[in-house]
Ligand binder design. Structure first.
Ligand code: HEM
Length: 381
């Protein structure tokens, strides 16, 4: 009961910030076309001051020439992605599912918007290359992964509903929404970090926020999965992780953390803010999921939490491996931050896929929605 009240409040807060931010993103590029109102610039500089929001080292300062050179692509990206995220807020609301024909049509528009918005982002990333992306290779790698993840989540979510897999459809569409939300919440992070670290730069706020989001975005999707497709529909115990793998993940996670710390000490002098924020988020994710697994009210719920905790643990050695790979391509320091920004996100996303697969019903089994009549209408769209 308390859990569902918390979920409702969290959803309202997320939806409110998305609805507030989306118009600012929609018109962000208008300043290059007709001296538009620059709403976000005003909000950002109003909260943290002109130096950090618009001065040397800010996105406004560093990226303006690149946005001008790639204006058509970036106008496409910002307007269409802002539309996609607004549509997603409506689509995920209970109200939209009561109007199934509208839900179906807006769903199609949303899929097209996501495809166009993410392809535009990828075109920009390829055209400016890692060195022309804000914060360099590390952010370029994360944004590319985000674009792919958002595209895949949306397309697989669409395939799921075509196959009448309502629970999996909901989980995947919520995942795509969580990834889209990294944009408004990264900007919220700029405001918070700008206030907490007044002498810092947007480059640091951006990397710190992106490092935290590498955990939080897929984690939000895991949490949402527990409400949008509760584990009573978990019908494939065989897809749960084997106990040996769960135990091995502790060894891999702790071993990975020690190795990561040792390699970090060899390459950096003293702890930096981005790495500290990342490590604290990892610890919070681990301790809360271990507690949730221990106090889960049902066996399927316990399995969900164990899957999540295992994915967080395995994200640490994966980060070490990715550092090795990105280090060869981009150098040790950008490679390290690139690994921080992607390792946990990939691993937790795979954990979520496992949770989604556990809700996949065999064709012969009646779905919850077929019983209620809602899913049948949707899936025949
Ligand atoms: C989740 C997938 C997304 C990806 C992969 C992505 C990718 C990108 C890329 C590559 C840039 C240019 C970065 C640079 O300057 O180096 C960018 C900027 C931007 N994106 Fe996205 N984006 C995503 C979601 C969104 C969404 C949902 C919105 C709108 C709500 C949005 C709004 C913007 C805006 C306004 C900018 C301009 C720069 C700024 O505001 O800081 N993006 N995005």
């Amino acid at each position: 009961m308390a859990g569902s009240r918390f979920a409702k409040i969290a959803w309202l807060l997320v939806a409110a910030w998305v609805v507030l931010y989306a118009p600012m993103a929609f018109e962000y590029m208008s300043r290059f076309l007709f001296h538009g109102p620059a709403l976000w610039d005003h909000v950002y500089s109003g909260v943290v001051g002109d130096r950090q929001a618009l001065g040397l080292g800010s996105i406004h300062d560093v990226q303006s020439p690149r946005y001008q050179q790639n204006l058509a692509v970036m106008v496409m990206h910002t307007t269409v992605s802002a539309t996609a995220i607004l549509l997603a807020v409506f689509q995920l609301s209970a109200r939209s599912r009561r109007r199934i024909v509208i839900h179906r049509w807006l769903g199609r528009v949303q899929v097209v918007c996501v495809i166009v918005g993410m392809l535009a982002a990828m075109v920009f990333l390829v055209s400016v290359r890692p060195s022309g992306t804000f914060d360099g290779a590390a952010f370029n790698i994360q944004l590319f992964g985000l674009a792919l993840g958002t595209l895949l989540g949306t397309l697989l979510g669409w395939v799921a509903i075509r196959r009448q897999q309502m629970a999996t459809h909901r989980i995947l569409m919520t995942y795509a929404f969580a990834l889209l939300c990294t944009a408004p919440f990264l900007r919220l992070g700029y405001l918070v970090f700008g206030l907490v670290w007044p002498h810092s730069t947007q480059e640091v706020s951006n990397l710190a926020g992106a490092g935290i989001e590498a955990f939080l975005a897929p984690t939000a999707a895991v949490l949402a999965a527990r409400y949008v497709a509760p584990p009573r529909s978990a019908v494939h115990p065989v897809r749960h992780l084997a106990p040996a793998m769960v135990n091995a993940s502790w060894v891999a996670g702790i071993g990975g953390a020690v190795l990561l710390g040792w390699l970090y000490a060899a390459h950096f002098s003293g702890a930096d803010r981005v790495t500290v924020c990342w490590a604290v988020t990892a610890l919070v994710a681990l301790t809360t999921s271990a507690r949730a697994a221990g106090t889960a009210s049902s066996e399927p719920a316990r399995h969900d939490w164990i899957t999540y905790r295992t994915s967080v643990l395995l994200g640490i050695p994966l980060t070490v491996v990715l550092w090795g790979v990105f280090g060869v391509a981009f150098g040790a320091v950008p490679g390290f931050y690139g690994a921080l920004l992607t390792g946990p996100a990939i691993s937790i996303s795979l954990g979520l896929l496992l949770i989604a697969a556990s809700r996949w019903r065999r064709a012969s089994q009646p779905t919850d929605e077929a019983m209620s009549g809602v899913g049948t209408a949707l899936s025949h769209g």
